[in-house]
Design a protein around this ligand. Structure first.
Ligand SMILES: Cc1cc2nc3c(=O)[nH]c(=O)nc-3n(C[C@H](O)[C@H](O)[C@H](O)COP(=O)(O)OP(=O)(O)OC[C@H]3O[C@@H](n4cnc5c(N)ncnc54)[C@H](O)[C@@H]3O)c2cc1C
Length: 813
C-alpha cells in the first residue's frame, strides 16, 4: 500500500509502544493514523524481551497504567484473534537481608494502598510456591498474585491487528528521515518512501529515539545498555504457571520459558552500548555474548535455584535496551516543538508499561494535555543538559542496577554528578556540606560537624545525619539559618501583556502593585496543579516568577505555550543569573539589619513584599517570604556577588547563632509547618481546594483563570478527598512518605511527605485522605488514624491545620 499524502497522526516505531499508541488512538476514534516502522514490527528491542509484567511502581498512576496493561493483554486475544501469551502466574520477590525485607514490606503496603493484592510471606511459604528455590538463606518474601508474563512479539502483533481494525495504517520497511517543523509546530514528516503532511508526530523509536529527536532539536535523554538473560532447556518441575521470581539481592529474575528457566539480571554497573549511534540496519539484532559480565549473576542464580547448575543453557541473549537518567520512561509533548510527542526510554519495563503508556499517550494527544498526573514519566522533567551523551553514558550504566537496589530513603546516585553548582558550592563544601543532586544541581542536604564525614549512611531508620539536621532545624526555629536555594527556577516575564497572561495562568490575583509577592497555583482545566510558584511584580510590565528546581522545563513550557502568538510578552529563564539565599529564623531581621540600611520593620517591609536593597556591597532583591514558617527573607543575589554576600552574612551572624542549613532541615521544617511541595502534595490531579490552598484562589478576579470552572464545580460541596496534616503518637516512629493511612479498619490514603518534626519531638506527615461523606475539621477532631510503617501501624492525629504555628504568627512578626 502506498503511503498516504496526509495523516492526522504519524508514529515512528513499530515496537510494543508505537503499536499500543496506534491501537489506543483507534479506540479513541482517531483512525487516520499512520505507523511507520523502519524494519519489521517488534524487530527493535521488543522481540527479545523476557516478558515480565510486574505491576507495582512507585506512584499510584504509574501502577494503574501497568494494571491496565495486564488487563489489556489478558483480553487482546479474544478481541483480535492473535495470541499474546499472557499468563497470570503471580510473582514472588525474595529478601536475603533485613533491609531488603523492610523494603519488600514497604512495597507490599504501598501495593495495597494502590489496590493491588500483595502478601508478605515467610521463606518457607515462598519455597512452597517455588519449589526449585533454595530458601534457607532468605528472610522472607512478598507474593503478588496478579503479576504475570506475556509474549512481547505476540502482544505487538495483537496491538497492530487491533489498530488496523480501527483504521490505522501500518507500513513496515519505512523509516522517518526527518520531521518538518514550521513556526515551532510539526507540519509533516519525510520518510524513506516519501513525505506525509501531518500536524502530530510521535517518536516511539525506542533506542533510536534520542537521535531522531536530536534531528528536530528535541531532547530525548536515553541511552542503550546491554541487558542479558539465559534460557535453559526444560527442567523438571518447571511448568507454565511457575511464578515469576525476583531476587533483588542477587540482581536477578526468573521466569518459566518453554518448561525451562529464563534467568536475567540487572548488573549493578551495566555496559552502555551504541556510543556512536545505533549501527545502520540493526534489526532483530543481538549483541555478542559476554559471559564474563554475566558470570556474577549466574553465580547468584545458582545459589537461588541450584537446578541451574546442571541445566543446559540453550541461549545467552544479550540485547540492547534504552535507559533514562532516572529509570522512568519518557512520555508526552516535547517542550521544544508543538505537537511533537515522545513515548520511549522504557528502562526494561516497556512490555509491562506499554498498554497503559500507549493509552495515556493517546489520551494526551487527543486531549492536547496530560490526562492525569504523569510527572514521573513526563518528558519535561528533563532539561537539555540531560541529553549530553557523556552524561547519559555514565548515568545509564548505574541506572540499570537501580532496578534492584535497596530503595533506601535519600539514596543518591553517584554518576553524572557535579553538573550544576551554585556560586556558593565551594564555600559550602568547605563547611562540610553533604550534597545531593536535583535537576543536575548539587545541593547541600546537611552539614557535618568537624570530625564527622559528610556522607550519608543509608538505612531505613534514623540515618547518621539525623542529629546534625536536627541542630540546623532548631537553629532556624530559635535563631537564624542560611539555606542555599540557588537551584530555584527563576524566570522573568516581561512586556505589556505580561499581566494579562499571568492573570489567565494563575489562580491568585497577580495584578498587584510592584513590590508585592503572590503565592499562586497554575492549574490545568481539571483544576489540578500544573505548578505552584511565587510571582513578584517588579514593574507595570515585569514579573519575577520563581518555581521549584525540578520544574524549570515544565513551567517554562506551560507558560510559553499560553503566550498567544504575536502577544507582547517574553519569558526568559534567568535561573543561573542569581544565587538565592534563604535567611530564615527569628533573628534574621537582626542579622540583615547589620548589613543594610533598609528599614526591615514589618511596617516598612511586610510579609509577602519584595524590595531591592543594598546588602553589604551588593544590590540584592530581598523578598519577605518563607518555606519554613519563620520570619525570613529570600535574597536574590546576582551570581557574581553571591560569595561576598555569603561571607558578609556569615561574619555578621556568628554571634546570633547563624547556622548553615541544608535540604533535610528544610524538609522537616516545611512538613512541620504544613507547607505543600509540588510533585508530592500538589500534582496535576490535586486541586487547591483539596490541598487546603483555597486562600490562594481568587474566583472573583476580573479575568477568569484556567481551571476556574473545575474549581467552581467543586466549591461549596463536601470534599471527599482532602490533604490532612498528621502528628504521630509514638515519638520514635519514623515515616518516610508513601505509607498507607488507615482509618476505621481501611486504607484511606497514603502519606505524600513525612519527616521528623524536631520542634514537636515526633514525626509529622501529610497525605490525602478519602472519605465519601466528606472530610472536615469536625470529622478529623474525633478521628483516629494509623500510619503503617514497614508493617507496623502507628497511631496519629489528623488536622487540616499545620502542627507547627497553626496561626502563622511567626512569619508575620
Ligand atoms: C533482554 C531484555 C529483556 C527485557 N525484559 C523485559 C521484561 O521482562 N518486561 C518488560 O516490561 N520489559 C522488558 N524489556 C524491555 C522491553 O523490551 C522494552 O522496554 C520495550 O520493548 C521497548 O519498546 P519500544 O516500542 O519502546 O521500543 P522498540 O521495540 O525498540 O521499538 C522501536 C521501533 O522503532 C523503530 N524505529 C527506530 N527509528 C525509526 C525511524 N526513524 N523510523 C521508523 N521506525 C523507526 C525501530 O526499528 C523499532 O522497531 C527487556 C529488554 C531487554 C533488552
Amino acid at each position: 500500500m502506498p503511503l498516504p499524502s496526509h495523516a492526522r497522526v504519524v508514529i515512528a516505531g513499530g515496537g510494543i509502544v508505537g503499536t499500543s499508541l496506534a491501537y489506543h488512538l483507534a479506540k479513541l476514534g482517531w483512525s487516520d493514523t499512520v505507523l511507520l516502522e523502519q524494519g519489521s514490527l517488534s524487530g527493535g528491542t521488543t522481540w527479545h524481551a523476557a516478558g515480565l509484567v510486574g505491576q507495582l511502581r512507585s506512584s499510584s498512576n504509574l501502577t494503574q497504567l501497568i494494571r491496565y496493561s495486564a488487563d489489556l493483554y489478558s483480553r487482546l486475544e479474544a478481541e483480535t484473534g492473535q495470541a499474546t501469551g499472557w499468563k497470570r502466574c503471580g510473582s514472588i520477590s525474595v529478601a536475603r537481608t533485613r533491609e531488603r525485607m523492610v523494603q519488600l514490606q514497604r512495597n507490599a503496603a504501598l501495593a495495597r494502598s494502590f489496590g493491588i493484592e500483595a502478601e508478605v510471606i515467610s521463606a518457607k511459604q515462598a519455597g512452597e510456591r517455588y519449589p526449585l528455590m533454595r530458601t534457607d538463606d532468605l528472610v522472607g518474601a512478598v507474593w503478588i498474585p496478579g503479576d504475570g508474563k506475556a509474549n512481547p512479539a505476540d502482544v505487538t502483533q495483537a496491538l497492530a491487528r487491533g489498530a488496523r481494525a480501527g483504521g490505522a495504517q501500518i507500513h513496515e520497511g519505512v523509516a522517518v528521515t526527518s520531521v518538518r517543523i514550521e513556526r515551532g509546530r510539526v507540519v509533516g514528516v519525510d520518510t524513506s518512501e516519501g513525505s506525509i503532511a501531518t500536524e502530530i508526530f510521535v517518536n516511539c523509536a525506542g533506542m533510536w529515539a534520542r537521535e531522531l529527536g536530536r534531528m528536530s532539536g528535541v531532547t530525548v535523554p536515553l541511552h542503550a545498555c546491554e541487558h542479558m538473560y539465559i534460557v535453559t532447556n526444560p527442567i523438571d518441575g518447571v511448568a507454565p504457571d511457575l511464578p515469576v521470581m525476583r531476587d533483588g539481592d542477587g540482581h536477578i529474575y526468573f521466569k518459566e520459558e518453554v518448561a525451562g528457566i529464563l534467568m536475567g539480571g540487572f548488573d549493578p554497573w551495566a555496559k552502555p552500548w551504541g556510543m556512536d549511534g545505533i549501527p545502520a540496519g540493526f534489526r532483530f539484532g543481538t549483541l555478542p555474548e559476554d559471559w564474563a559480565k554475566f558470570e556474577p549473576l549466574m553465580r547468584h542464580a545458582i545459589e537461588r535455584v541450584p537446578a541451574l547448575e546442571s541445566a543446559p543453557v540453550r541461549l545467552l541473549m544479550n540485547g540492547p535496551e534504552s535507559f533514562t537518567p532516572d529509570n522512568y520512561f519518557i512520555l508526552g509533548e516535547a517542550p521544544e516543538v508543538r505537537r511533537y510527542y515522545v513515548g520511549a526510554g522504557f528502562c526494561s519495563g516497556g512490555i509491562a508499561a506499554a498498554g497503559g503508556a500507549g493509552r495515556a499517550l493517546a489520551e494526551w494527544i487527543v486531549g492536547d494535555g496530560a490526562p492525569m498526573d504523569l510527572w514521573q514519566a513526563d518528558i519535561r522533567r528533563f532539561a537539555p543538559f540531560h541529553g549530553n551523551p557523556e552524561f547519559l553514558r555514565e548515568r545509564v550504566s548505574e541506572i540499570v542496577g537501580v532496578h534492584y537496589f535497596v530503595a533506601f530513603p535519600n539514596r543518591e546516585l553517584e554518576s553524572g554528578r557535579g553538573i550544576r553548582r551554585s556560586p556558593l558550592y565551594e564555600r559550602l563544601r568547605a563547611r562540610r556540606a553533604c550534597f545531593g543532586s536535583k535537576m543536575g544541581w548539587e545541593r547541600a542536604n546537611w552539614f557535618a560537624p568537624p570530625g564527622v564525614a559528610p556522607e550519608t549512611e543509608y538505612s531505613f531508620g534514623r540515618q547518621n545525619w539525623f542529629p546534625y539536621a536536627a541542630a540546623e532545624h532548631r537553629a532556624c526555629r530559635e535563631a537564624v539559618a542560611l539555606f542555599d536555594q540557588s537551584s530555584f527556577s527563576i524566570f522573568h516575564l516581561e512586556g505589556p501583556q505580561a499581566e494579562a497572561i499571568l492573570q489567565r495562568l494563575c489562580a491568585n490575583d497577580v495584578a498587584v502593585a510592584p513590590g508585592r509577592v503572590v503565592y499562586t497555583a497554575m492549574l490545568n482545566i481539571r483544576g489540578g496543579f500544573e505548578s505552584d510558584l511565587t510571582v513578584t511584580r517588579l514593574a507595570a510590565d515585569a514579573f519575577l516568577v520563581v518555581t521549584g528546581s525540578a520544574q524549570t522545563t515544565r513551567d517554562a513550557h506551560w507558560i510559553r505555550s499560553h503566550i498567544p502568538e504575536g502577544a507582547r510578552a517574553t519569558l526568559t529563564d534567568v535561573t543561573g543569573a542569581h544565587a538565592v539565599l534563604g535567611l530564615m529564623g527569628p533573628r534574621s531581621r537582626e542579622l540583615l539589619a547589620r548589613l543594610t540600611r533598609a528599614d526591615l520593620s514589618s511596617a516598612a517591609f511586610p510579609f509577602a513584599t519584595s524590595q531591592e536593597i543594598w546588602l553589604g556591597r551588593a544590590r540584592t532583591r530581598a523578598s519577605r517570604i518563607t518555606y519554613v514558617g519563620e520570619l525570613g527573607w529570600e535574597l536574590y543575589v546576582p551570581a557574581e556577588f553571591a560569595a561576598g554576600v555569603y561571607d558578609a552574612l556569615e561574619d555578621a551572624g556568628r554571634d546570633l547563632g547563624l547556622a548553615d542549613a541544608g535540604y533535610y532541615a528544610l524538609e522537616s521544617l516545611r512538613v512541620e509547618k504544613g507547607y505543600r511541595a509540588w510533585g508530592r502534595e500538589l500534582t496535576a490531579d490535586d486541586t487547591p481546594l483539596e490541598a487546603g490552598l483555597g486562600f490562594a484562589v481568587r474566583f472573583d478576579k476580573a479575568a477568569p483563570f484556567i481551571g476556574r470552572d473545575a474549581l467552581l464545580a467543586q466549591r461549596g460541596k463536601p470534599l471527599a478527598r482532602r490533604l490532612v496534616n498528621f502528628v504521630l503518637d509514638d515519638p520514635q516512629a519514623l515515616p518516610l512518605g508513601d505509607e498507607p493511612i488507615w482509618h476505621g479498619g481501611r486504607i484511606v490514603g497514603s502519606t505524600s511527605s513525612a519527616a521528623y518534626g524536631h520542634s514537636l519531638g515526633r514525626a509529622v506527615a501529610m497525605g490525602y485522605v478519602k472519605r465519601p461523606e466528606g472530610i472536615d475539621a469536625t470529622f478529623l477532631e474525633g478521628a483516629r488514624f494509623e500510619i503503617e510503617i514497614g508493617g507496623d501501624r502507628v497511631g496519629a492525629r489528623g488536622s487540616l491545620r499545620p502542627p507547627y504555628d497553626p496561626d502563622g504568627l511567626k512569619i508575620k512578626c
